[in-house]
Design a protein around this ligand. Structure first.
Ligand code: ATP
Ligand code: MG
Length: 275
């Protein structure tokens, strides 16, 4: 379980990025973190793994207080937090398998990681995870030979190889097409639900967040203005979070994506029927 209590962040510039943010995420729950640009989403994620130092407040992972830990203890805690990024952050010239195994680097002794000799159980686990994310046939491919969706799957497997107790996911679908985005979101939520991992997904696409996550937290100017079930996220709340103009534009964009996909599917059917 993740606990965030009265978290505040004021940057040196005087920007108040987080204001009294409080919530808990139980095991297996996937939270979609939404809000307009500058609302504090990235700051919140970074305060949780302390890439950014909170000004005040407490972050606890399974009852261990993360705020206030010294460097060595912090490194140990960070191993327990899996990060998945928009830009995948894979090592291009390494294989899929090697990228997944790099999730163990926080655990294996330095000389072992240097020679890339990992214990058998780590390798077996990597194979299981590649199978889970649908990439077992691609284990030996170089990362730079994969599609965007496949790369994101490798990123997910790598984070899981780390045996995390929490997943922090920053814009996992920002570089993907609508269909692949939905597949990745579905996979993430299934994995978290089945393995009891709590997760926070920072996501721009509200429709996608509503469709797949278990709970939504809406940030605006550093404050939580909504915390509830995706179904409770009404037009009114969304207009409050994003403002009339932005929300209308976002909804229109999503509708166009779906219409485009439906048209493509209908066209494919027609082509097949004509054969
Ligand atoms: N390193 C920094 N120094 C000073 N101010 C910062 C820094 N990082 C972020 N901020 C400010 O803190 C506020 C929140 O920024 P943050 O990046 O957390 O927003 P966000 O919700 O992730 O936005 P986006 O959707 O554009 O990624 C903004 O006002 C931003 O200008
Ligand atoms: Mg951000």
């Amino acid at each position: 379980m993740l606990t965030v209590e009265a978290l505040n962040k004021i940057y040196k510039t005087g920007d108040k990025a987080l204001s009294d943010v409080t919530f808990t995420v139980p095991k297996g729950q996937v939270v979609g973190l939404i809000g307009p640009s500058g609302a504090g989403k990235s700051t919140l994620i970074r305060c949780i793994n302390r890439l950014v130092e909170p000004t005040s407040g407490v972050v606890k992972l399974n009852d261990q207080n993360i705020t206030g830990l010294s460097n060595t203890a912090l490194r140990r805690v960070r191993r327990r937090i899996g990060m998945i990024f928009q830009e995948y952050a894979l090592v291009e010239r390494l294989t899929v398998m090697e990228n997944v195994l790099s999730g163990r680097l926080g655990y294996v002794p330095f000389w072992r990681s240097f020679t890339r000799r990992f214990p058998g159980e780590d390798i077996a686990k990597a194979f299981r995870l590649l199978d889970r994310v649908g990439l077992s046939a691609h284990a030996d491919k170089r990362a730079d030979a994969l599609s965007g969706g496949q790369r994101q799957r490798v990123g997910i497997a790598r984070a899981l190889e780390q045996d995390p107790e929490l997943l922090l996911i920053d814009e996992p679908t920002a570089s993907l097409d609508p269909k692949t985005s939905r597949q990745i979101m579905r996979l993430l939520v299934e994995i978290c639900n089945e393995s009891g991992l709590p997760a926070i997904i920072n996501i721009h696409d509200v429709v996608l967040a509503q469709q797949f996550t278990d709970r939504i937290i809406g940030l605006q100017a550093g404050k939580i203005v909504f915390d509830g079930k995706p179904s409770e996220l009404t037009e009114q709340v969304l207009t409050q979070i994003y403002g009339e103009e932005d929300w209308t534009a976002m909804r229109k964009g999503a509708a166009e994506d779906v219409a485009e996909e439906n048209a493509a599917a209908a066209e494919a059917k027609r082509l097949v029927a004509a054969l």
